[in-house]
Design a protein around this ligand. Structure first.
Ligand SMILES: Nc1ncnc2c1ncn2[C@@H]1O[C@H](COP(=O)(O)OP(=O)(O)OP(=O)(O)O)[C@@H](O)[C@H]1O
Ligand SMILES: [Mg+2]
Length: 510
């Protein structure tokens, strides 16, 4: 048992936690603890067991063995979500757990609404006032009467946090809370997390974004292959060391800031004055064979909308597109037939069929290639799946596994894999590595570069600045739906792109 200096400092204490689902050990004798008022980060590669540990603590799944104690109370091997909640353990989910069509106040006080004593009717006014008081205490930009449907993901997260506060949670668990937030929203969340800490609330935080982890945490625990390899104190947190502990090797120097080059050669895609009211305006660019064209900009700058229109998912209003030298009217069907691949941003929702095997998930996306004389050969489908699995290094490498049983990052790899094994002329990828660990990212980058070297033209939308500056040959920055900057020569740093994205520069520095 990990005891800190003063007795009673430990809030959550996990000792020797082990778990296996069907096959291999997912958690192996993990000792882990969270102190009162501490921000504790949990890091590790995709599939290391982070989410599983959280699920055990929160009563979503049972452990096989080990002891769990919260606030001095032993937690039985099989406990429920409700029991965990009553003890003061809250999980801040990203989506789906709030009820749309209801207000912020209704969601916060769901099942515990204040009532008039006599009639047992809900006291709406008091509920709103209480909710607003809570909101104001934390200075959140929300109104108690706002409908959930109207809120951004970041605001919904805030409502989750309020809900936990009103439940008097003493531990808040966040599993990759920033993966769909803009950087400004993430910064606001960090402020909230620090405020929680100041009130003595503990935060257990999972993230693949190392800079967040280093900034925020008091301690960092590293899991690798289901084992705890270290818990480091803030003062001893060395980024390179943590990465080494996570992936078991050095990552090597990645050259930050890369020289931009304008490629000559065949124009694969020629976009002229493309506009869609309210989304993007007057977008023109050329993309050459073997070129990786990066799109930078803040979330909401119109990049996703633009690439969806080019691929044919959404219509555009005016402008023209030429693909491989011919006029092109985009439709998903024409894009697939024409060798255009598209990896969407919202992979969690659009990309996978969770209960279905990896093989079928990859197969369904490649039916056109796999179908011969109206039939899909199971053998060829399996071959295809194995290629995707190997290419993306999906772990475990079991084609029959339902995709829903893979860890979050490995699900992402399956979605990427099913597109990257096709013969493509043009690949459009939107935020390819959200949720993917730092070692696996490098492998994906190498593969994208390999495709480009073989002549595939690539459009890369990314909010990950190191990723953008590392991969792109040219970078176009969108802001409020317009091109505000194109970097096509000289060395471009992350800062250059960020400044352009925020509308600060405009040629002030190169
Ligand atoms: N329901 C399940 N059935 C079978 N295996 C599962 C199930 N849920 C998780 N696993 C396996 O447990 C291992 C750990 O998964 P977990 O989700 O805890 O990883 P993680 O550290 O959260 O990874 P990521 O960073 O990718 O989210 C993975 O190998 C995963 O395939
Ligand atoms: Mg996870």
């Amino acid at each position: 048992m990990e005891t800190k200096t003063a007795a009673g400092r430990v809030l959550l204490d996990c000792r020797g936690i082990s778990k296996s689902y069907t096959g291999p050990q997912v958690l192996d004798e993990v000792d882990f603890s969270v102190d009162r008022g501490e921000i504790h980060a949990l890091v590790g590669e995709n599939g290391a067991g982070k989410s599983t540990l959280i699920k055990i603590v929160t009563g979503v799944t049972d452990r096989d063995s080990g002891e769990l104690e919260f606030d001095g109370t032993a937690i039985p091997r099989s406990h429920s979500k409700k029991a965990a909640q009553e003890l003061g353990i809250a999980v801040i989910y990203q989506e789906l757990s709030l009820i749309p069509g209801m207000t912020v106040a209704q969601n916060i006080y769901l099942t515990k609404e204040p009532r008039f004593r006599a009639l047992r009717l809900i006291d709406l006014r008091r509920m709103n006032d209480d909710a607003q008081a809570l909101i104001d205490r934390y200075g959140f930009p929300l109104k108690a009467a706002d409908l959930i449907d109207r809120l951004s993901i970041a605001q919904r997260q805030t409502v989750e946090i309020l809900k936990a506060l009103s439940d008097r949670a003493s531990l808040m668990i966040m599993d990759e809370p920033t993966s769909s937030l803009t950087s400004a929203e993430a910064t606001r969340l960090f402020d909230i997390i620090r405020k929680l800490k100041a009130e003595g609330i503990s935060v257990l935080y999972i993230s693949h974004r190392m800079e967040e982890v280093f900034d925020l945490s008091d301690r960092v625990t590293v899991l690798r292959d289901g084992r705890k390899v270290a818990t480091l104190e803030k003062v001893k947190i060395d980024p390179a060391e943590i990465i080494r502990l996570m992936i078991g090797r050095d990552l090597g120097e990645s050259d930050r800031g890369r020289r931009m080059t304008r490629k000559a050669g065949e124009v694969v895609l020629d976009v002229r004055s493309l506009s869609s009211p309210g989304l993007f305006r007057d977008i023109s660019f050329e993309l050459h064979r073997g070129e990786i064209l990066g799109f930078g900009g803040l979330v909401g700058s119109g990049r996703t909308e633009l690439v969806r229109a080019i691929y044919g998912i959404d219509a555009y209003d005016s402008g023209s597109i030429r693909y491989l030298g011919k006029d092109y009217r985009p439709s998903v069907r024409a894009s697939i037939a024409g060798g255009i691949g598209f990896v969407p941003e919202e992979r969690r929702l659009q990309g996978i069929l969770a209960p279905i095997s990896v093989t079928r998930n990859i197969g369904v996306a490649n039916l056109d290639v796999l179908t011969k004389a109206g039939m899909v050969s199971g053998r060829r489908e399996l071959q295809f799946a194995r290629r995707g699995i190997a290419l993306m290094n999906v772990k475990p490498d079991l084609p029959d596994m339902p995709v829903g049983s893979l860890s979050g990052g490995n699900q992402q790899k399956v979605v990427l894999g099913k597109w990257l094994i096709r013969d493509l002329r043009l690949l459009i990828i939107d935020e390819p590595t959200v949720g993917i660990d730092i070692g696996a990212k490098e492998e994906i980058y190498a593969h994208i570069e390999h495709l480009a070297a073989q002549g595939v033209a690539v459009i890369l939308v990314s909010s990950d600045l190191p990723e953008l500056t590392r991969l792109a040959d040219r970078i176009i920055v969108l802001r409020k739906g317009r091109i505000v900057k194109e970097f096509d020569e000289g060395v471009v740093s992350e800062e250059d792109v960020l400044l352009a994205s925020s509308g600060i520069v405009e040629g002030a520095r190169r």
